[in-house]
Structures are given as structure tokens and as C-alpha cells.
Write a protein that binds this ligand. Structure first.
Ligand code: 5AD
Ligand code: SF4
Length: 435
């Protein structure tokens, strides 16, 4: 019998993409063949996100189309993975008749068996599989596509319970992986030819291991031979220590970028969000960071339209944006997630107002982001080369230490480190010749 071909599509954040690599590894180890051709696949897996209603609606639409295909592709197996799988569980059976299984983020070790069962003719029996609460996928080496950056999870789950957020409910309690395991995974990635590693966790700053905190871990990983750049996401302001700032300031392979979600600039809203800091606390951290790390690119997440948010609250967020001078920002409209603490509050900001506020945040952030790139014109920056430019075969693209995309004329190889002088800003990228 020919080997079973599996098509996997992943939505959502970096952690979910990383999980996709774990799934690929688990299936590959069991003899399944991963394919990029959806039409010829025997099994289609959709790895979903649940962070906003919109993400779920998109995934549901996709799944409805796939389930409908089963009328003509009778042997096709369709499974749902990821955060939406864990969020909607058995409800998905009713919403998408024809689905074969639903598997949450901590249950992927069971996937090969589940798929095999379906292929053996048990199709038609729906399964929801709940994961092991302490799962960290020990000894599962992520199977990555080629590239420059390798993701390495240092922890799973989340204990913060920001009132708007579904993640703690779908990804379970926070658990750190052992430093040995993390270091060995980074060493493997470097040996495989990935010069950059991004350490992942819902809140990397609360990484904990006996006698070792996150800055210590960063120090250990930074010493790994052959590693050219080390990044990490996501940091929570309430847990970001001076020790981390000092560690980042030591430079070396540590990139000069930090993603530090602020969410709001209104203390009243931050409290209702259960964020554990005030806007003044946040700005104090920003001051320390900017002083300690010259050239730091500070990025953030901002959320407008949280229940009870007024124009005044929004103005305070715009003030925070101006004062923090974010180099880039991801901006979102609040989306009620059933089951979260905030879902008990009335979602009282009308959609039209949410859109208006979102646009105000976007406009301001765009302007700051443009200014931040312009400031680099004339500067010498180090670029880690990634790919030939899709637009011009005589140029390559890469990313600076502050994680900006840069375009460099010439011929390079992936993973090469070059210094360029920034001549101009082209769209969202820097452009400059090697010096
Ligand atoms: N609605 C809108 N945005 C959300 N985020 C998290 N939960 C929600 C929600 N319910 C945003 C936050 C977070 C980012 C990953 O997604 O800004 O930092
Ligand atoms: Fe990532 Fe959160 Fe979406 Fe899950 S719900 S994929 S953790 S962003």
C-alpha cells in the first residue's frame, strides 16, 4: 500500500507554527509522508487559532469546505488541531458534520494512532482527544522547513489569565522545559544550519527551573557555538526584570529587538484586563530598555474596544504609544471569547467605534514605525541574509539586529552576516549596499 500522505495547514502564532513542526516530526517518525499538495492528500489537518472570533470563523469556513469535499473524496480524513480544537472540542462535531477528529495542543502524541484508526476503516467515529496536562513534547525534535530562523519552545501554557484571553484555557497551565532539553534543541538547530533561534513561550519572563531563570537561560543559550542570533517572544511587562535588560544590553548574539505587549495605556482598563502593571510601570521599563540597549526596536500588541473602554481610555493608549515610541505594533479590536473573565462583562463598545479606535491606533503606529525606519538611514547595520529578493534577482533580503527587513544588492548565501550602510527606506524595508 502506498504511504499515507498528510497535508497540514497551520494558522496563528509562532507557538502554533512550532507545534506544526512537532506534529510533522511525530507523523514523519511514524512513516507518514507530509505533502504540500492538498488535492492528493489522504489526510488533511488544520492547526487552528482561537485568540479572536475572526480566526475561528476562518478556520470553521475552511473546515466546512473540506468536510463538503468528503462527499466526493470518501476516503479523505479531516482533523482539527490547535487552540480552536481545544476551545470548541466536541461542539465541532455538530458544527462541521463529517469531521473525523479534534485534537488539542497537548495531545499530538496520539495523532499517529488516531489517523491510523481512521484509515483502518473506523471513519465515521468522531474523536476529541484531550492532552496530558504536563506535556512538553520531550524528545520530539521539531521537523523544520529550511530557513534561517528556528523556533524552540522553552515552555508551554500560560498562567496569566489576562481577562480577555483564551490561551490559558486552551493551552493549559504554564510548564517550563528543562534547560538541557532546550540547549540540545538549539544545538541541533544550529548544526542543521539555522544560524538564528527564537525562544518561544507565552510569557518567557516567567520561565522557571531550579537555580535558573530566563536571563540565565538566555546566557546559556547565547554561548552555543555557531549561533549567530538569539531572539525570544513573548515578554510580559509584569515579569520583565532588570536582570533581563542587563543581559540584553550585553549584546553578542542577542538581537536588539523586544516584543513587549502593552495592550492599553489606561490604568483602569489594564486593571480590568488583569495585566498586573500600570502605564507608568510600562513606561519605566521602556525608559530603562531604551537607555540600556541603544538601537533597540520595541514592538508591542495593542487592544482597543475592551468592555467599558471610553474615548478617554483610548486617548491614554495613544499617549502611551507616543511616549513609548513603538518601532512597530500589532493592533487588535477586542473580540469576546466565551469562557474568559471579560466575557462576563458587556461587550459594550459598538463595532463602528472599535473600528474607528483601531484606525487611530494604526495611523499613529504607522507614523512612528516609518520614523523609526527613517532614523536608520545613513547608519551601518548588520544583516543576517535570508533569501533572494522575490522582486529583483540581483538582490537578497535579510533582517537587521533590530529585526527590520533589509534589502541588499549582490549575491549572498543564506545565513551569511553582512554589514550594510542604509541608503534609504523602501516601503517597510531598509535598502543599502554592503560595506
Ligand atoms: N480579542 C482581541 N485580541 C486579543 N488578543 C488576545 N486575546 C484577544 C481578544 N480576545 C491579542 C492580544 C495579544 C495578541 C496575541 O492577541 O493583544 O497580545
Ligand atoms: Fe497562538 Fe493564542 Fe492563537 Fe493559540 S490562541 S494559536 S496560542 S495566538
Amino acid at each position: 500500500m502506498p504511504a499515507t500522505k498528510i497535508y497540514l495547514d497551520t494558522y496563528g502564532c509562532q507557538m502554533n507554527l512550532y507545534d506544526g513542526e512537532l506534529v510533522t516530526s511525530l507523523l514523519d517518525a511514524d512513516g507518514f509522508i507530509m505533502t504540500h499538495d492538498e488535492a492528493s492528500a489522504d489526510v488533511i489537518l488544520i492547526n487552528t487559532c482561537a485568540v479572536r472570533g475572526h480566526a475561528e470563523q476562518r478556520a470553521l469556513g475552511r473546515l466546512r469546505t473540506l468536510a463538503a469535499q468528503k462527499r466526493t473524496r470518501r476516503e479523505l480524513v479531516v482533523g482539527v488541531l490547535g487552540c480552536m480544537a481545544e476551545n470548541l472540542r466536541e461542539n465541532l462535531r455538530d458544527q462541521i458534520p463529517g469531521l473525523d477528529f479534534v485534537v488539542g495542543p497537548d495531545a499530538y502524541r496520539q495523532l499517529p494512532n488516531l489517523i491510523q484508526e481512521q484509515l483502518n476503516g473506523h471513519s465515521g467515529t468522531f474523536h476529541y482527544v484531550h492532552g496530558a496536562p504536563n506535556e512538553t513534547y520531550s524528545e520530539v525534535p521539531p521537523l523544520r522547513r529550511e530557513g534561517v530562523n528556528a523556533w524552540v519552545a522553552i515552555m508551554r501554557g500560560c498562567d496569566n489569565f489576562c481577562s480577555y484571553c483564551i490561551v490559558p484555557y486552551v493551552r493549559g497551565r504554564e510548564r517550563s522545559r528543562s534547560p538541557q532539553e532546550i540547549i540540545s534543541e538549539v544545538e541541533t538547530a544550529v548544526a542543521q544550519g539555522f544560524p538564528e533561534v527564537t525562544l518561544l513561550g507565552q510569557n518567557v519572563n516567567s520561565y522557571t527551573w531550579p537555580d535558573l531563570d530566563f536571563p540565565d537561560l538566555l546566557g546559556r543559550v547565547a554561548e552555543i557555538k555557531g549561533l549567530k542570533r538569539l531572539q525570544f517572544i513573548t515578554s510580559h511587562p509584569k515579569d520583565l526584570s532588570d536582570k533581563l535588560i542587563n543581559r540584553m544590553a550585553s549584546g553578542g548574539v542577542l538581537g536588539a529587538s523586544l516584543h513587549l505587549p502593552a495592550q492599553s495605556g489606561s490604568d483602569r482598563i489594564l486593571k480590568a484586563m488583569n495585566r498586573g502593571y500600570t502605564s507608568a510601570d510600562y513606561l519605566r521599563i521602556v525608559d530603562k530598555l531604551r537607555e540600556a540597549i541603544p538601537g533597540l526596536a520595541l514592538t508591542t500588541d495593542l487592544l482597543c474596544g475592551f468592555p467599558g473602554e471610553t474615548q478617554e481610555d483610548l486617548c491614554q493608549t495613544l499617549d502611551l504609544i507616543r511616549q513609548a515610541r513603538f518601532d512597530d505594533a500589532f493592533t487588535f479590536k477586542y473580540s469576546e471569547r466565551p469562557g474568559t473573565a471579560a466575557a462576563k462583562l458587556e461587550d459594550d463598545v459598538p463595532e463602528k467605534v472599535k473600528v474607528e479606535r483601531l484606525e487611530r491606533m494604526i495611523d499613529l503606529c504607522r507614523q512612528l514605525s516609518h520614523e523609526s525606519r527613517q532614523k536608520l538611514v545613513g547608519r551601518k547595520v548588520e544583516v543576517l541574509i535570508e533569501n533572494p529578493s522575490p522582486k529583483n534577482s540581483a538582490e537578497w533580503t535579510g533582517r537587521t539586529r533590530c529585526d527590520r527587513v533589509a534589502i541588499v544588492p549582490g549575491n549572498f548565501h543564506r545565513g551569511e552576516s553582512v554589514t550594510i550602510k542604509v541608503a534609504e527606506v523602501r516601503g517597510f524595508s531598509l535598502w543599502g549596499n554592503r560595506i
